[in-house]
Design a protein around this ligand. Structure first.
Ligand code: NAD
Length: 325
């Protein structure tokens, strides 16, 4: 049994990670500004703490850990990170968390530390063609992310590797590509495209119309959260430090993606394209490196992950409708 710390344990991926770690029998401390919203955390200890405050990070890391997973970030979907309205907070809050965590970690007994970077750090100029986006790990430089969120991720992943070089820390860095699944944000302004589209389809009656930001020709791939957790654990426990993509290579346009959700829901809805923040024109994970280094590839087709996610969001929508009756 290892002692494991999950920072950001109240969030979407963090809460799924804690469940998985507990199922493996580890002792787990979770830390977040908030408890998970949809299910009680099975963590052995859960600290509600703001990790921008240095003393809270000291408390969070107290006792030493075999594994630390750092997922806490000020983050959200396109409606949160691509409007420009939250840029200063996103950069300041997330950078401050990472700066504190690394400084405290190097003074403590920490086996390994994992950091969740993002595909948003890849240069925009390689993601202009929706049919041929380029997101292999080596394409990161010269850097030109299209959001401040991406710039902070790039800074922080470099910070983790600098601590590894200068202080001998054992660091692992993954670049997550769009992760989706149940028990994540779906209607609080931080939801990402899969949850937002599932919600719109679930809330619209059989003959209705849903709104979609942009022309829907932009492409993305989506990885189911359990697969993300599996790949994260494999990376953490391997000899490979990264940075490495953790994502799916099953690329679809957002129009196709909406069609898949409608087929699952058994609804044939109209789509009204409206202006909105959409991010890069094309993005897909490139999994050559992770296949080579960890022998990992996603095993769940997008359609199956989407069925689980849609079922959960439709249930939330139905509950919400009942509560407001
Ligand atoms: P999330 O927003 O659900 O989880 C992040 C958690 O961090 C939240 O629960 C939040 O309360 C917590 N947090 C924020 N500021 C904090 C603070 N000052 N102190 C303590 N806790 C704080 O997001 P997620 O989807 O679970 O993402 C987890 C990590 O993975 C993040 O670093 C994110 O940037 C990265 N990532 C996620 C995706 C994705 O598709 N979900 C893609 C790329 C990268």
């Amino acid at each position: 049994m290892s002692r494991v710390l999950v920072l950001g344990a109240g969030g979407f991926i963090g809460s799924h990670l804690v469940k998985r770690l507990k199922s493996e029998g580890h002792w787990v401390r979770g830390v977040d500004l908030k408890n998970p919203r949809y299910a009680a955390s099975p963590a052995d200890e859960f600290l509600i703490a703001d990790l921008r405050i240095y003393d809270n990070v000291v408390k969070a890391l107290e006792g030493g850990f075999d594994e630390v997973y750092q997922l806490a970030a000020d983050m959200g979907g396109a409606g949160f990170v691509f409007t420009g309205e939250h840029d200063a907070d996103i950069m300041h809050n997330s950078a401050q968390i990472n700066i504190h965590v690394l400084d405290v970690a190097r003074k403590n007994t920490i086996g390994r530390i994992f950091y969740s970077s993002s595909a948003c750090m890849y240069p925009e100029h390689n993601q202009l063609d929706p049919d041929n986006p380029k997101c292999n790990e080596a394409s990161a430089y010269p850097a030109a992310p299209d959001s401040e969120y991406g710039w902070e991720k790039l800074f922080s992943e470099r910070l983790y590797f600098a601590y590894a070089r200068n202080y001998g820390m054992t660091v692992r860095v993954a670049r997550y590509h769009n992760i989706f699944g149940p028990e994540g944000s779906w209607h609080d302004g931080r939801e990402k495209a899969p949850a937002a589209l599932c919600r719109k389809v679930a809330m619209t009656s059989e003959t209705g119309v849903i709104e979609m930001w942009g022309d829907g020709k932009q492409t993305r791939s989506f990885l189911y959260v359990d697969e993300c957790v599996e790949a994260t654990l494999r990376l953490m426990r391997s000899d490979f430090a990264g940075p490495v993509n953790i994502g799916s290579e099953e690329m679809v346009s957002i129009n196709q993606f909406a069609e898949m959700i409608m087929a699952i829901a058994g609804k044939k809805l109209g789509v009204k394209h409206i202006p909105g923040p959409t991010g890069v024109r094309g993005r897909n994970s490139d999994n050559h490196l992770i296949r080579e280094k960890l022998g990992w590839a996603p095993s769940l087709p997008l359609d199956l992950g989407l069925r689980k996610t849609y079922a959960w969001i439709a249930e939330q929508v139905a509950k919400g409708a009942q509560d407001s009756e």
